[in-house]
Design a protein around this ligand. Structure first.
Ligand code: FES
Length: 103
């Protein structure tokens, strides 16, 4: 388990809506964003050619890769352009002692 925040309130303060944040944990790079549907955590490396998705843009519940502008759905991980593989998503678990992803 990787702890993201101590509380949901802390997450809302530290992670403004639609701003991307990259972080490293357990030797891997992740990115996260908070949208109107919640906090989404995913592998930072684009499934197409590996660009850092933390440099991308968030449009609604999609992230747009900065290199080739492919779109990925943050709820399903699907490349909605149907050109490459899916984004690896991590479910955010809310527990008594914080918000986590299982990894
Ligand atoms: S590297 Fe992300 S779309 Fe090509």
């Amino acid at each position: 388990m990787i702890k993201l925040f101590n509380t949901k309130e802390e997450a809302e303060k530290q992670l403004p809506l639609f701003s991307l944040r990259k972080f490293k944990a357990e030797g891997s790079d992740f990115s996260m964003v908070r949208t109107n549907s919640g906090i989404h955590v995913f592998g930072d490396s684009c499934p197409h050619e590996g660009c850092s998705l933390a440099l991308g843009d968030v449009v609604g519940d999609s992230i747009v890769c900065p290199w080739h502008q492919f779109h990925f759905d943050l709820k399903s991980g699907k490349c909605t352009d149907n050109i490459c593989g899916d984004l690896k998503l991590y479910d955010v678990l809310e527990k008594e002692d914080g918000l986590f992803i299982s990894y």
